[in-house]
Design a protein around this ligand. Structure first.
Ligand SMILES: C[S@@+](CC[C@H](N)C(=O)[O-])C[C@H]1O[C@@H](n2cnc3c(N)ncnc32)[C@H](O)[C@@H]1O
Length: 216
């Protein structure tokens, strides 16, 4: 099912957000070549879903405008595999680090107390420099209100604000509870998003249909 959500506020049509309850494999097919200004996403990080990072990188190369960026969260444990998959199609730019607030999880297998979340930054070919970005960005802490793996909105807000302008088109192919879409709504960016799980999709859709609240 494809839902076209054009959120109206004070009779304005400034929000252009289309979310689809489909597999990203199918979703990418709807996106024309070199039409996306920024991909900001958070694919699942499990051994079984690593193929999604290859799909993401291959499609990012096709749909991102030249020199534009993909930002992707990634589990620390899977970094080597993800880097390899991304390198096959995109140009490495930097590793952004979001320090954990509160308790630090322990990775027992490696005996590591993990203090940060990595966010990979890749460009489609030689990068266009749009702004200066610190590589350590304090997030807003945990926010699991919309999804069990939900991210706090503060980091996507900051990245999308810095790397796009009003009316630019942002894609999140793995929406979860719709944090990227909500950031796009608050910043008046266009957004396309895909989510496989019907429940998460419904939550993301409801979230962007709500009137703008100060939730960050
Ligand atoms: C880590 S969560 C995203 C959480 C999101 N950043 C948030 O703040 O709510 C990843 C999401 O990708 C979805 N997903 C997994 N495989 C998918 C696929 N093939 N196509 C689209 N979505 C998929 C999962 O259902 C899950 O909701």
């Amino acid at each position: 099912m494809i839902v076209k959500a054009r959120v109206k506020q004070e009779q304005s049509t400034k929000y252009d957000i289309h979310l689809s309850n489909i597999d990203a494999i199918e979703g990418f097919k709807m996106i024309p070549d070199h039409s996306i200004d920024l991909i900001f996403t958070d694919p699942p990080y499990t051994k079984k879903t690593m193929y999604l990072y290859s799909l993401l990188a291959r499609e990012a190369k096709r749909i991102l405008k030249k020199g534009h960026y993909l930002f992707s969260y990634c589990g620390n444990y899977f970094l080597p595999d993800v880097l390899e998959r991304f390198h096959a199609h995109l140009k490495y730019h930097w590793l952004i680090v979001e320090p954990h607030t509160g308790t630090h999880p322990i990775h027992w297998e490696r005996r590591i107390v993990n203090g940060y979340k990595p966010i990979l930054m890749y460009s489609n070919g030689p990068p266009i420099y749009k702004c200066i970005l610190p590589d350590m960005i304090k997030g807003g802490g945990k926010d699991k209100r919309f999804h069990k793996w939900g991210q706090h909105i503060s980091l996507p807000l900051r990245i999308i604000d810095k790397f796009t302008r009003k009316g630019d088109l942002v894609l999140d192919p793995f929406l979860g509870g719709g944090t990227t879409a909500q950031a796009c709504k608050l910043l008046e960016r266009k957004c396309r998003g895909f989510e496989l799980d019907p429940e998460s999709y419904q939550i993301a859709k409801d979230r962007i249909l709500e009137p703008v609240l100060t939730e960050y």
